[in-house]
Design a protein around this ligand. Structure first.
Ligand code: ATP
Length: 369
């Protein structure tokens, strides 16, 4: 499933040069974005970047100040929320506390005047979907947080919308339940064959669930890509720093040809990279490299390219991996991580040891913005 790689794939949801102003304040700035049918799409960004505003405009709770939003080719302007084939899933505390689970799920269907037998069949189908058949007669306060969340989900898909919008859907759950529910949401999206658009500020959540992620900042899209692309090939310093941990070296391209270059990072540090793209000699660049691409060792590596000496500053054993902070002689602290694939009994490195960090010329990316 990768319609975004197909130049002939039909766009499903299109934000076309959308701007949203609140008074003088621009919450969304001339933003264009395409989402495909059946995609699990995440809008990721820090608080205030405009992600909820985008979702609310798609739902019809707000209208754009300028630009168009199209769904399956149809301009949504002026269409009220209840006439759009779009539904918003609210957090579980929006359930009706005095109603049973089945009545909560049936509520929207009754309002639409659906015949009773059909409602009963649809509610049964939804209860099965979220595996809550035995809980039909309970009230929300008699359920766990995760179960309440599943009722909220069942209620929001009962009317069979084509697009489900989720605004920080798992914000109220603890970490473990959050992770479980992320996988449940993915399964459910597959089963229902719907397009999901989720808003989150949690990069791990976006990486786990989404087919593609749009990273937003100040009402603009910084990058749209798959989780792997966002992590491995961030398009800017902002994205590299926002998603995951990263080490950044500022420098100038010393010499380079067809993607391979030397970067002079100052203090006698020269970085050899094969990922310089078409950055020209003399250009100021940032070299960004993920912690797991960096090796730490107490001995000078045989391969002296990209080997930098420093001192072990911190060691954190995290179970699945160990994280090292190494202070280079110029004062910059590098983060390196090692997977603990086999049992770690004793770490050969100690705090304050001299150590070498090293990485391969094909690891890391060169950023020019
Ligand atoms: P959060 O994660 O905190 O909800 P967000 O990225 O979803 O953040 P939005 O809710 O889209 O951000 O808001 C974007 C900006 O627009 C914020 O600075 C917010 O204060 C402003 N804003 C949103 N709605 C209104 C409104 N009705 N009137 C005035 N300003 C608003």
């Amino acid at each position: 499933f990768a319609p975004w790689t197909d130049p002939n794939a039909k766009p499903y949801i299109q934000f076309d040069k959308v701007t949203k102003k609140f008074g003088d304040f621009t919450a969304v700035n001339n933003l264009s974005l395409t989402i495909f049918e059946r995609e699990f799409f995440a809008l990721l960004g820090a608080s205030g970047c405009g992600k909820s505003t985008l979702l609310r405009m798609l739902a019809g709770f707000e209208e754009p100040t300028a630009g168009r939003i199209l769904l399956d080719g149809q301009d949504l302007r002026g269409i009220p929320p209840y006439r759009r084939p779009v539904n918003m899933m609210f957090q579980s505390y929006a359930l009706f506390p005095h109603m049973t689970v089945e009545n909560n799920i049936a509520f929207g269907l009754k309002q639409d005047g659906m015949p009773k037998p059909e409602i009963a069949a649809r509610v049964a189908e939804m209860l099965k979907l979220v595996k809550l058949e035995q809980f039909a007669k309970r009230k929300p306060h008699q359920l766990s947080g995760g179960q309440r969340q599943r009722v909220a989900l069942a209620r929001s898909v009962a009317k069979r919308p084509k697009v489900l919008l989720l605004d920080e859907p798992l914000g109220a759950l603890d970490k473990k339940l959050r992770e479980e529910t992320q996988f449940e949401l993915m399964d459910m999206q597959q089963t229902l064959g719907l397009t999901f658009v989720v808003v989150t500020h949690d990069q791990e959540e976006a990486m786990t669930m989404a087919d593609r992620i749009a990273i937003l900042e100040k009402g603009e899209v910084m990058q749209v890509a798959t989780p792997a692309e966002v992590y491995e090939a961030p398009s800017s310093r902002f994205v590299a720093g926002f998603v995951g941990n990263v080490n950044m070296f500022e420098g100038k391209i010393a010499r380079g040809e067809s993607g391979a270059a030397s970067i002079d990072a100052g203090n006698g540090i020269t970085i050899r990279t094969e990922n310089a793209g078409n950055a020209a000699p003399g250009a100021s660049v940032t070299f960004a490299i993920r912690p797991e691409k960096i090796k730490v060792s107490s001995k000078k590596p045989a391969e002296t390219v990209n080997a930098i000496e420093g001192e072990v500053y911190d060691i954190a054993y995290l179970g699945d991996m160990t994280v090292y902070h190494v202070k280079l002689d110029d004062g910059q602290v590098v983060r390196a991580s090692t997977m603990n694939a086999s049992r770690v009994t004793e770490d050969p490195l100690n705090w304050s040891d001299r150590a070498w960090v090293s990485f391969r010329p094909d690891a890391g990316v060169v950023l020019t913005r």
